[in-house]
Write a protein that binds this ligand. Structure first.
Ligand code: ZN
Length: 80
């Protein structure tokens, strides 16, 4: 029986991002397959957030004004 305390939220995030390998991956996979409610819930929520990320990026547009001011500010910094 795998100890829930060994599986941190961080490991679940990494698992959702497919960034785990080796022992960590095995341990988290086994733990979730065993049906830990807490970790399954964290995984579900993480996947929802990850699925929504591209949309939130689409919505993020810098206005021309802000872009202009940013460029001017950088120019000023470079010339001083
Ligand atoms: Zn767990």
């Amino acid at each position: 029986m795998l100890d829930h305390n060994k599986v941190t939220e961080e490991l679940i995030y990494l698992y959702a991002l497919n960034s785990l390998a080796g022992d960590d991956l095995m341990e988290v996979q086994k733990h979730i397959t065993m049906g830990c409610d807490i970790c399954t819930q964290i995984l579900k929520e993480t996947e929802i957030v990850l699925n929504m990320l591209p949309y939130s990026l689409d919505d993020y547009r810098v206005s021309d004004n802000v872009r202009y001011e940013l460029i001017e500010a950088v120019k000023k910094k470079l010339t001083t």
